[in-house]
Design a protein around this ligand. Structure first.
Ligand SMILES: [Zn+2]
Length: 337
């Protein structure tokens, strides 16, 4: 028996409208076999190609994503590093601030020593206001002086906390407070120093042993140095000093710092005081109503030594002021004007 024959081809009849003749198409066997196969093959290869392209694209995207992740990690790592550096800078800034604060407190202590030296000099008695200011200053600097040392232990803990990313803000706040305290102390010192310089200048001047100070409030010169007609006899006589008219009881000041070598009374000079200035100079103060110093006293320039009067050979209340250089009278005016 013969096997069923595979047809050699296929005849297709195309029927259209009735007037149009029937069209007959013959499709040979190879076409019948190969066309579907080719179609399947090309669709398969299209799918495979699409699949490959997608895989490729996905791999590309994955690579891109990985690259971006790496870049971001690098950025984050940079930021972490920057943050770590900033924190360490905050810690050292805080430490430095405390050091400055401590040193400033030391300077403030020195300034207080100067203040009490000037106050102890006896020349510049602080007013009650100044005294209260000084005690305020002392309190301030006492708290400022010790707080850095006391807080140093706390700071170490703060630095440790910073490693764990904590405490930065607290430390910054503390540093801010410290800086404010420093500013306050500097302001206080700036306000104090000019007055202290004035006091120091006055102290230096008070210690000066060259006669330069007009010895009484009045500036009324009633008789000058040199030859004149004597107020009692009318005869020509040498006047060894100057006479300054004033009121009995007016203060008489030491014209320079020195040692009181004489506090006496005689018929001609009345109550008189002699001060030796240690540079071959002496000043004499005559006709006083009273003396408020005694022999051997050390006096400062400007210190009250007695009261103006009318004692001895005098025609009215006045101060006879005399400057002696190497035991010879010289004109006082060049010294005290
Ligand atoms: Zn005189």
């Amino acid at each position: 028996m013969r096997a069923a024959r595979i047809p050699q081809g296929l005849t297709l009849l195309v029927l259209r409208e009735s007037k149009v003749p029937v069209k007959q198409l013959y499709v040979p066997k190879p076409v019948l076999v190969y066309v579907p196969f080719a179609a399947v093959l090309s669709i398969s290869s299209l799918i495979i190609s699409l699949h490959l392209r997608s895989a490729d694209r996905i791999a590309g995207l994955q690579q891109e994503l990985a690259d971006q992740q790496l870049a971001m990690e690098a950025v984050v790592s940079d930021k972490d590093e920057a943050l770590r550096r900033l924190r360490s800078q905050v810690v050292s800034l805080a430490a430095e601030t405390r050091q400055v604060q401590g040193r400033l407190a030391e300077v403030s202590g020195l300034q207080e020593q100067l203040e009490s030296f000037l106050a102890d000099s006896g020349l510049s008695e602080p007013s009650p206001e100044e005294e209260s200011e000084a005690s305020t200053a002392s309190l301030k600097s006492a708290s400022l002086g010790w707080s850095p040392g006391l807080a140093a232990g706390g700071e170490f803990i703060a630095a440790y906390q910073l490693e764990a990313g904590q405490g930065t803000e607290a430390l910054l706040d503390e540093t801010q407070d410290d800086l404010e305290a420093i500013n306050e102390l500097i302001d206080h010192m700036k306000a104090q120093i000019p007055a202290q310089l004035d006091k120091a200048q006055a102290r230096l001047e008070a210690l000066s042993s060259t006669p330069s100070l007009w010895p009484t409030p009045s500036r009324s010169l009633t008789s000058s140095f040199g030859y004149r007609s004597d107020p009692f006899t009318g005869k020509s006589a040498f006047h060894a000093g100057i006479d300054i008219g004033g009121h009995t009881g007016d203060p008489v000041y030491a014209a320079a710092a020195g040692v009181v070598t004489s506090v006496q009374r005689d018929g001609s000079r009345g109550n008189f005081i002699v001060i030796q200035h240690g540079n071959s100079l002496e000043t004499w103060y005559m006709h006083l109503s009273a003396s408020v110093v005694k022999q051997g006293d050390n006096v400062l320039k400007g210190q009250i030594i007695g009261k103006l009067g009318n004692t001895g050979r005098s025609t009215g209340p006045h101060l006879h002021f005399q400057v002696m250089k190497r035991h010879e009278p010289v004109n006082p005016l060049p010294y005290i004007q």
